[in-house]
Design a protein around this ligand. Structure first.
Ligand code: HEC
Ligand code: HEC
Length: 369
């Protein structure tokens, strides 16, 4: 899994990440251009269609916004603008959570309850309310805060007029557009298959090269990795496992469980109501405030952080884990139930140790050469 399967892909991904990094200071500029969109290397026909849909700005109402507008490859498939809440295609309307990176999401299992650890595992969206990538596709397309279409038929009609419509018909049948339900299922399948492709989960970071014995980490990065893994110090790997000794056979930096890390309310939030996360979905107050553990791959390029985008840099995010429960350091949690106090909150990390952890997190950016 973590081996580079194909030189072509590595070169392509490297090219787009380098371009993206070169543009780093301009991340709030929506017109970044990069090679990624037109690179079809290693994609099968269904994935190619999915990628074209993913980047198609005609699929919003009005036209102008695609999935990639909020999930851009240059930022691990998160919002390329440094915005806490992404703006929908209808100007002035904003999502109520921070747009998460989609890279490595395809490994997420369908949500289930793990009796041993007494926690839910898996599911999509930050509160786990949807199970598969296929099921998920309709939500942003129909959400008035995002792409704002009024019906499935409207979306199918737009795809039937797209410049990839003939490819779509060749793949899914020449009469596919006559059946709205079947056509939308095909759209959903294509997007999901693209999200599962190696272009979205390339395993091409410095850390992957290190695991493969192809490069070494600096002394600081090694210290950061050790603190990250240390169950008596950083404890990060308790929830963001850094090894590939798991069901997925890959270091994903998430175990897809849920936790309430005790984030303060974001004063810029769209709603003043507390966001109960998983608790609301499974109707269980013992899970109020819990959100899915995200992968930390590409985290250095996917600010701001956490479901409510409370932090805009990694240093503050790591400091929060260390000092949340030190009086006077951070505002009280937005949801004061079920806050995890065993694994985070008062880690006593020094400034140097926090810097070391952040240095390690920066090795998780794809496109390392
Ligand atoms: C206006 C910005 C915006 C657009 C456009 C958008 N998304 Fe999202 N996306 C978000 C936000 C915000 C979330 C988090 C929502 C939540 O968890 O409640 C999200 C979550 C997701 C997730 C779940 C992530 C996770 O960690 O479980 C997937 C998958 C996804 N989007 C795919 C897509 C696809 C496919 C499209 C295009 C059809 C799309 N998005 C368009 C903002 C956007
Ligand atoms: C008890 C489980 C747990 C531990 C331990 C843990 N995390 Fe997390 N982490 C989470 C959860 C859950 C979230 C998402 C919370 C939310 O959005 O409300 C998260 C989110 C993050 C994010 C934001 C990522 C993004 O894309 O928004 C960063 C950065 C992060 N963790 C770093 C760390 C570091 C560094 C450590 C160790 C110092 C650590 N975590 C320890 C569970 C944990």
């Amino acid at each position: 899994m973590k081996k580079f399967k194909n030189k072509f892909l590595v070169i392509a991904v490297t090219a787009f990440v380098m371009l993206a990094l070169a543009q780093c200071n301009k991340r709030d500029n929506e017109t970044i251009t990069y090679d990624f969109e037109h690179n079809l290397a290693d994609l099968n026909q269904i994935q190619i269609i999915g990628k074209k849909i993913f980047f198609d700005k005609n699929l919003s109402a009005p036209a102008g916004q695609s999935c990639a507008s909020c999930h851009n490859p240059s930022t691990g498939f998160s919002d390329p603008q440094l915005k806490t809440y992404s703006e929908g295609v209808v100007r002035g309307s904003f999502t109520n959570r921070n747009a998460p990176p989609l890279a490595y999401l395809s490994f997420s299992p369908v949500r289930y309850f793990d009796d041993v650890d007494s926690t839910f595992v898996g599911g999509l969206f930050l509160d786990g309310r949807v199970n598969t990538l296929e099921e998920q596709v309709r939500f942003p397309l129909l959400n008035h805060l995002e792409m704002n279409n009024s019906s499935i038929a409207e979306i199918v009609s737009k795809v039937s007029l797209a410049n990839y419509a003939s490819l779509f018909k060749n793949t899914f049948g020449k009469n596919i557009f006559a059946d709205t339900t079947a056509a939308f299922d095909a759209i959903s399948k294509a997007v999901a298959e693209f999200e599962r492709s190696e272009q979205v989960s390339p395993f091409s970071s410095k850390y992957d090269a290190y695991l493969a014995g192809e490069t070494s980490l600096s002394a600081q990065e090694i210290r950061g990795l050790q603190l990250f893994n240390d169950t008596a110090k950083g404890k990060c790997a308790n929830c963001h496992p850094s090894d590939d000794d798991n069901d997925f056979g890959a270091a994903l930096f998430t175990d897809f469980t849920y936790d309430n890390v005790g984030l303060p309310h974001n004063p810029n939030a769209t709603s003043a109501q507390p966001d109960l996360g998983l608790g609301d979905i499974v109707n269980n107050s013992l899970m109020n405030g819990q959100f899915k553990v995200p992968s930390l791959r590409n985290v250095a390029v996917s600010a701001p952080y956490f479901h409510n985008g409370y932090f805009d840099n990694l240093n503050d995010a790591a400091r929060f884990y260390s000092e949340r429960d030190v009086p006077g350091k951070f505002p009280a949690p937005e949801v004061n139930q079920n806050v995890n106090k065993e694994e985070l909150g008062n880690l006593n990390l020094t400034v140097q140790e926090i810097d070391d952890i952040v240095a390690f997190l920066k090795t998780l950016t794809d496109g390392f050469q």
